[in-house]
Ligand binder design. Sequence first.
Ligand code: HAM
Length: 405
Amino acid sequence: MKTIQSLRGMNDTLHNVADKFEYIINTATEIAKNYGYTQIETPLLEETALFKRSVGESSDIVGKEMYQFLDKGGNDVCLRPEGTAGVVRSFIQNKFDKRGGNEKFFYHGAMFRYERPQKGRLRLFHQFGCESFGENSVFEDVSVILLIRDIFDALEIGYKLKINSLGCSECMPTYRENLVSYLEEKREELCEDCHRRIETNPIRTLDCKNEKCQTELSDSPKIVQNLCESCDSDFEILKRVLKESGMDFEVDTNLVRGLDYYNKTAFEFVSDEIGSQSAIAGGGRYDKLVEFLGGKDTPAVGFALGIERILDLVKVPEAENSGYYFGTLDSEYLQKLYLLGTQKRGKERVHIELKKRSLNKHLQNADKMGYRFCAILGSDEVANSTIWIKDLKLSSEDTISQDAF
Ligand code: HAM
């Protein structure tokens, strides 16, 4: 019979990969908590309308990549393609917007995008993200960027930071008009996708992956040269404070992000060690999203990092051997061994080997499995109500009474 495989772009998480996941999440969690964030978990399934309204109908994510279906009640739902929209929905639903609005949340979990799978691009992937609500100061944008820096530094991952400003509702419309006039002049030279983007979301033409478009658009009007006074001043502060904080960056005027909710600061962390899918984290400010989804006007800024993208770059520090491995030389003593081992469970790492083995084999196993103590029951120990224990770290051994043990 043909065996059933996991779906394309969806992987199992096993053994050392699971260890890395845990290490990345624990490291990021500790740092996010130090920055004042508390955990939030939102459902994997949400109303499709949530993502249409936030990520945007013109985005590739909503237009092409959603796992969308009608549930048995006829509701139009989809698996979340990203985490921000659900957190904002929850923020409004739980009335945080009406209660001052200053909240900081971190989350991690599975996201689903029906993309064309390749190295670093999956259909099921995991993000760790943070969303900070209620602070419109650009210093909060710096804090979010430094939080990511602290996470990548703790994980010993190299990166480059790219930043841009996407302006606001005051400066963006004029810029967009200028850009559209420019694009119309170049229309013949641009790809099919860009033709569509001129209509739906012209700034997305700036990060078109088509090389010809890139060359054609190299002298396009730049957003950062068309910012209003407030956006311009914030962008200057952002650059200055990042610099003063020792954070290297590059201004990338074509960085526009693939989600429609951003304004002002937008950024991406990239790695040159993981191939073409080089973005390891991305985010920015989204001051209008809470209001747009029906809440009270609340500024916000956040990011998400892609856990699978950094797996190959992370080395989990070797854990010291710990806990007890229990083994017996004769199956007859298994029950006694089992009960002794069970008493230690819950307090320590414990493995009870249910197959009888030679002493040497048990010692080898205990070491291979990362246990510090190898506790053995043989005929002498059973006769004397003792247990033989070898400390594999200190290479010392001892026979002690079972009661004392
Ligand atoms: P995003 O840039 O779409 O932003 O995703 C963030 C990160 O998730 C990317 O930088 C990448 O590392 C990872 N990622 C995205 N797609 C895939 C994929 N198909 N396979 C593997 N990894 C992937 C967001 O999702 C925003 N919600 C971030 C944000 C939070 N902005 C403000 N707050």
